[in-house]
Write a protein that binds this ligand. Structure first.
Ligand code: IPM
Ligand code: MG
Length: 360
């Protein structure tokens, strides 16, 4: 059956990198049998400028009706001064909540060809391949009550709630165990169970779910120690599962281990495997419109879409293989440039990947 892919370019470098991903999707459709239609909509600051809302109803409706969503990036200085409800981030949080995308997969992979891009010693990061599974629709990001109140003294007090129910923890734990089963069967659950009741429950539920996955080795780690271990000896990790906010922080840390945030894709999945796919880097307004942005994270996000939502494993592998090929050819966008390599722009990088696509 024909699949519908919703394309949301967004702001900053979003449109440029999405153009390359769309070229690739068109190639998959014309030459490699992908049965899909693409439909475009606006999101973020661009959508706000046109409709007064960062997540217009029509965009949300299209995303809801699609099998998969491909998002570029949202936000930029032009919209930073807006009220929180109109900020571009709100579009992202709205899509996550409305599409019930509770499971966020953030791989941190160091390509051997880019080993010198990391700020850590090569022997610490060579061969790094971690998958962070971040809970995405609960925890302190969405917990109620939240707000700002005035105390009797006249002083303001602001508050948020870190809340998790057993079912919310169980479904993200299952998601992570399933992924661990397909990898090296090691799962590290990160919490702050020594201080926070909500993550004490987190630990208990993850431990309970573990009995259904006897082949997976489960370890628990406090978040402060996990942050330290990620920079001390990151290769000890295979899959990490954690809460919304801890996952936000640890995934940035893990991304920088690879030294090349322009290379990292992500997937956000619902319980049926429907997903939103996006590069983990932002909208990079400073280089927007200059043809300098690295499209590889977006192209690798298309590969994740093939793997996790469209069940086109062969296409996923072809894309990943093509990306490795262009790196082997020495082609680099400015963000990953190093001595002796050939610097190219966004469109040339997209073209090079398409040229390297072949059945494997
Ligand atoms: C991320 C981002 C978002 C988050 C922001 C932009 C709302 O940092 O996807 O990691 O905090 O989840
Ligand atoms: Mg973040």
């Amino acid at each position: 059956m024909t699949k519908k892919i919703c394309i949301l370019p967004g702001d900053g470098i979003g449109p440029e990198i999405i153009t390359e991903a769309v070229k690739l999707l068109d190639k998959l459709r014309s030459d490699f049998g992908l049965d899909a239609v693409l439909e475009h909509a606006n999101v973020g600051g661009t959508a706000y400028d046109q409709t007064g809302k960062p997540l217009p109803e029509a965009t949300l409706a299209l995303a809801q009706s699609a099998d998969a969503v491909l998002l570029g990036a949202v936000g930029g200085p032009k919209w930073d001064a807006l009220e929180p409800a109109f900020r571009a981030e709100k579009a992202l949080l709205g899509l996550r909540a409305e599409l019930k995308l509770f499971s966020n997969l953030r791989p941190a992979v160091l390509y051997p060809q880019l080993a010198d891009a990391s700020t850590l010693k090569p022997e610490v990061v060579a061969g790094l391949d971690i998958m962070i599974v971040r809970e995405l629709t609960g925890g302190i990001y969405f917990g109620e009550p939240r707000g700002v109140r005035e105390l009797d003294s006249g002083e303001k007090q602001a508050y948020n709630t870190l809340v998790y129910s057993e079912s919310e923890i169980e479904r993200i734990a299952r998601s992570a165990f399933e992924i661990a089963m397909k990898r090296n069967k090691q799962l590290c659950s990160v919490d702050k169970a020594n201080v926070l009741e909500s993550t004490r429950l987190w630990r208990d539920v993850v431990t309970r779910v573990a009995s259904d996955y006897p082949d997976v080795t489960l370890e628990h780690m406090y978040v402060d120690n996990a942050a330290m271990q990620l920079v001390r000896a990151p290769k000890q990790f295979d899959v990490i599962v954690t809460t919304n906010m801890f996952g936000d922080i640890l995934s940035d840390c893990a991304a920088m281990l690879t030294g090349s945030i322009g290379m990292l894709p992500s997937a956000s999945l619902d319980k049926n495997g429907k997903g939103m796919y996006e590069p983990i880097h932002g909208s990079a307004p400073d280089i927007a419109g200059k043809g300098l942005a690295n499209p590889l994270a977006t192209i690798l996000s298309v590969a994740m879409m093939m793997r996790y939502t469209l069940n086109e494993l062969a296409l996923a592998e072809m894309i990943e293989h093509a990306v490795a090929q262009v790196l082997d050819q020495g082609l680099r966008t400015p963000d990953i440039m190093s001595d002796g390599k050939t610097e190219i722009g966004t469109a040339e990088m997209g073209d090079a990947v398409i040229k390297a696509m072949k059945k494997i």
